[in-house]
Design a binder for this molecule. Structure first.
Ligand SMILES: [Zn+2]
Length: 122
């Protein structure tokens, strides 16, 4: 089978927070040249459509629409770096590190309680 043409449509609709929405759509039809990978062409067009559509909505006159397209970055409560999509409030690694440090501090307190901690100079 020889694919000679691809069609791509990218559409995004954003709630405007006022009982309505704004929508932007990009449609492309491309002819495939000999030796060109149709899947590559589709990927390129989807990326192009996404950039186009999101760029369009980002310059909306409605603040709610602009805000939805520029959500605040989710930041790790521990290290302050940006979180990945899988993380909730902190990186797994940061949580493990904090637990390990807490366990260490608990251990030191226990030694102090036993009277084997810092000695008073008096
Ligand atoms: Zn972190």
């Amino acid at each position: 089978m020889k694919i000679t043409q691809v069609m791509v449509e990218f559409e995004k609709r954003v709630n405007d927070g006022d009982y309505g929405s704004e929508k932007a759509t990009a449609q492309y039809v491309a002819l495939i040249d000999d030796g060109e990978d149709p899947d590559d062409v589709v990927r390129q067009l989807v990326n192009r459509g996404r950039d186009r559509v999101i760029g369009e909505l980002r310059s909306s006159e409605t603040l709610a629409v602009r805000r939805r397209l520029n959500p605040p970055k989710r930041i790790c409560g521990e290290c302050g770096e940006e979180l990945g999509d899988e993380d909730s409030y902190e990186h797994d690694a940061c949580r493990e590190k904090r637990r390990a440090e807490r366990a260490l501090v608990d251990g030191q307190h226990r030694i102090d309680d036993d009277g084997h901690g810092e000695d008073s100079p008096f």
